[in-house]
Design a protein around this ligand. Structure first.
Ligand SMILES: [Zn+2]
Length: 370
């Protein structure tokens, strides 16, 4: 038995045992506009958690060997497609990892061939596997010009990496220092500021009257920095951009539940095995794919905005990306769901490692109805 099967079994058991539903909501099937699926054994273990719920997903390109060419994007897409479980109707949308020396032709060819959906900008060393990222954003203006002319979206990890800037200020400073000039140099470029974490980003995206949107993760709606730093260091809650003060979390909740089309779902689910999270230099990332939709539902419920959930999860993303909305529907029921404590990864040498999901062993108020 491999990892995802045991996970599905646990899900079904929890759903059956705790079946005392009173409320139910049905929405268009969502898409995940920002996910890390990794490769190899981790991909095999985590993919079903995403493909079970989401129809499409924008797959991040920051593998150990980043997706910097058309050939790599095609090979990665095929690797993912070969692992989609039977019965899951899932389409990965591939992204290109921008570097200082990628040629505009790769962008043009990849887009025209329908293989590369968007390009991802990581400022060098901003997060996991970003050491090959861009060192001088202005220097790759020819790439942005090409994207602007063909209509390829730009997805941004919006943090400066200047060591002089405090880690809690890196998003706000990025907006001032890099994003505003970039948007004014390329006014036709469609840009997504990914996984926003601050009231500054909320305000900026809300006020900007152009081709700019933002994704918001479930974890940044649920936790502030205390989850990671109070009562002992908790690496399970360490992600990048890091969770900020409570006032920022509240601003994000207001944005996500506002019904404004510039804010939509992107889980930034980012799995790491236990040993990589708990080490002298622990990896950033929260694996939330198995509980993402339930987590969002809980937030919208608490904010008395369940009528706006579908816009955020399933309508605004396709509108921004100029894709059709999904035909299928998915239901959630209001019943207690106990999140499993871990997911097994079966390595190719048959050794087993664990990935701890967001909300591990906690109770959530909403459950997927399958
Ligand atoms: Zn990410």
């Amino acid at each position: 038995m491999n990892g995802f099967r045991s996970w599905d079994l646990i899900l079904s058991t929890a759903e059956i045992i705790l079946n005392h539903s009173t409320d139910r909501i049905t929405i268009r099937q969502p898409d995940d506009w920002h996910v890390h699926l990794r490769d190899g054994a981790i991909l095999e273990a985590v993919l079903p958690s995403t493909s079970r719920v989401f129809h499409r997903a924008v797959v991040m390109p920051n593998l150990n060997s980043p997706i910097t060419s058309l050939d790599k994007a095609v090979a990665y897409r095929k690797q993912i497609e070969n692992l989609i479980p039977k019965g899951h109707d899932f389409k990965p949308l591939m992204t290109l990892y921008l570097t200082d020396d990628i040629s505009p032709d790769i962008i043009n060819d990849g887009f025209n061939q329908g293989e590369i959906f968007a390009a991802k900008l990581y400022p060098a060393n901003s997060t996991t596997n970003s050491s090959s990222g861009v060192t001088d954003i202005k220097a790759i203006d020819p790439l942005f010009a090409m994207m602007e002319s063909i209509g390829m979206p730009l997805l941004i990890h919006g943090e400066v990496t200047d060591p002089d800037v405090d880690i809690f200020d890196r998003e706000a400073i990025f907006i001032e220092r890099e994003l505003i000039p970039l948007l004014s140099r390329h006014q036709g470029l469609r840009v997504v500021l990914e996984h926003i974490t601050t009231k500054d980003a909320v305000q900026f995206v809300e006020d900007f009257s152009g081709n700019l949107a933002a994704t918001i993760t479930p974890h940044h709606l649920h936790i502030n920095r205390n989850a990671m730093l109070a009562n002992g260091f908790r690496s399970d809650f360490y992600c990048l951009p890091v969770a900020k003060r409570e006032l920022h979390r509240l601003a994000l909740r207001r944005a996500a539940t506002s019904g404004k089309e510039c804010f939509f779902l992107g889980t930034d689910s980012a799995p790491h095995v236990r040993g990589a999270k708990e080490s002298a230099c622990g990896c950033a990332g929260i694996f939330n794919a198995p509980v993402a939709l339930q987590s969002y539902a809980e937030v919208f419920d608490e904010e008395d905005a369940l009528d706006r959930l579908e816009g955020f999860t399933s309508l605004f993303g396709p509108k921004f990306y100029r894709l059709p909305i999904n035909k299928n529907f998915i239901s959630l029921v209001k019943q207690t769901y106990i999140v499993p404590e871990s997911l097994d990864v079966i390595n190719h040498d048959n050794s087993i490692e664990r990935i701890v999901p967001f909300h591990a062993s906690k109770k959530l108020k909403w459950t997927l109805s399958v």
